[in-house]
Design a protein around this ligand. Structure first.
Ligand code: ADE
Ligand code: ZN
Length: 351
């Protein structure tokens, strides 16, 4: 790593690229169904006899122009219709792990949306078995540890969420936590207070999407009604200074996804993204890819895009990587080990 000036200044882009790729880090906000690249979608569509609405991968990518979250979700749910068998979920997860391994990830926390598969007649067991087997194989082959987080669809009924929680109880060894995703506006976190209480009672960790398109008040509500330990996105928290102070004081991790926010119009440009302001305010911000096959970039692409737009320093990048480990569901001893690895990496890069 070449020598640089004071670390308070934005660094040379090539050096940032090397530094970002190499630093040990975790991805904490990743929907496995959102890693379905058009090539795999077409191959699985052909294999499973499911019609894909695109002639080829270029046509799919050209269609990925979104005006908001809903316009994305429409294509996302349509695309995942090709996922029918355990093997499909295995291959999907395996592909993702290879990509994120190249991005220097040491640990990943993966969301899945079982309700969107159950409604198509795909058994819960096929979904969990396929993803989990690939995660276990990824740990053996690539050294990437993982946790699986089951999301409830907030634009479906709370009763539906309770039904899927009931299925998950039989997989307590494979599913570490529950989350809340899908269309946010008009679906406040408090609607799901009962199912989150039951999930926490059963020993699941709790996280929730909030403040992506919805207001800062939804972030507060997710903390108070769902007792989540992390907020997924939390972009709109910046609108409420008292909330920012609370997130800082309570060490609530925000799993932010810059390229997703750009592509869904949550921010007008990356230069306007609140990530750096929140980081400077002492909030435990992390960088993640959300649905990388749809938003044009995996983990490192997100770090690099936001670094370039906001002039992040190596100190900022190291803080983001540390936050990703500290905010993970890993046991304290493993977190400490990975944080020490980051310290060693940063020291070596500065030498
Ligand atoms: N499901 C997949 N990606 C999502 C996002 N960015 N927001 C809400 N739900 C999602
Ligand atoms: Zn998400």
């Amino acid at each position: 790593m070449p020598a640089h000036g004071p670390d308070t200044k934005p660094t040379d882009r090539h050096a940032v690229d090397d530094f970002v790729r190499g630093i040990p880090k975790a991805e904490l906000h990743l929907h496995i169904e959102g890693t379905l690249e058009p090539e795999l979608m077409l191959a699985l569509g052909a294999r499973n006899g499911v019609q894909v609405p695109y002639a080829d991968a270029d046509e799919a990518r050209a269609a990925y122009r979104f005006s908001d979250l809903r316009s994305f979700l429409n294509l996302y749910y349509r695309g995942m219709a090709v996922l029918r068998h355990e093997r499909d979920f295995f291959e999907l997860t395996e592909d993702y792990l290879h990509r994120v391994h190249a991005d220097g990830a040491r640990h990943v926390e993966v969301f899945f949306d079982p309700q969107s598969h159950l409604v198509r007649g795909v058994p819960f067991d096929s979904v969990v078995a396929g993803i989990s087997a690939a995660l276990a194989a990824g740990e053996r082959a690539l050294g990437i540890s993982s946790r699986l987080i089951m999301c409830f669809l907030r634009d479906e009924s709370p009763r539906g969420a309770l039904e899927v929680l009931d299925k998950a109880l039989r997989y307590r060894d494979l599913i570490a936590g529950v989350g809340l995703d899908s269309a946010e506006v008009g679906h406040p976190p408090g609607d799901f207070a009962a199912v989150f209480a039951a999930a926490r009672e059963a020993g699941f960790a709790a996280v929730a999407h909030a403040g992506e398109e919805g207001p800062a008040a939804y972030v507060t509500e997710a903390l108070e009604a769902l007792h989540v330990s992390r907020i997924d996105h939390g972009v709109r928290a910046i609108d409420d200074p008292a909330l920012v102070a609370r997130l800082r004081d309570e060490r609530v991790t925000l799993t932010m996804c810059p390229l997703s926010n750009l592509r869904l119009g949550v921010v007008g440009s990356l230069a306007e993204h609140p990530l750096k302001r929140l980081l400077d305010a002492g909030v435990a911000v992390t960088v993640n890819s959300d649905d990388p096959a749809y938003f044009g970039g995996y983990l490192v692409d997100n770090y690099l895009a936001v670094s370039a737009a906001l002039g992040l320093t190596r100190t900022d990048i190291a803080a983001l990587a540390r936050n990703s480990i500290a905010g993970s569901l890993l046991p304290a001893a493993r977190r400490a080990e990975l944080l020490a690895e980051i310290d060693g990496y940063v020291a070596a890069a500065e030498a």
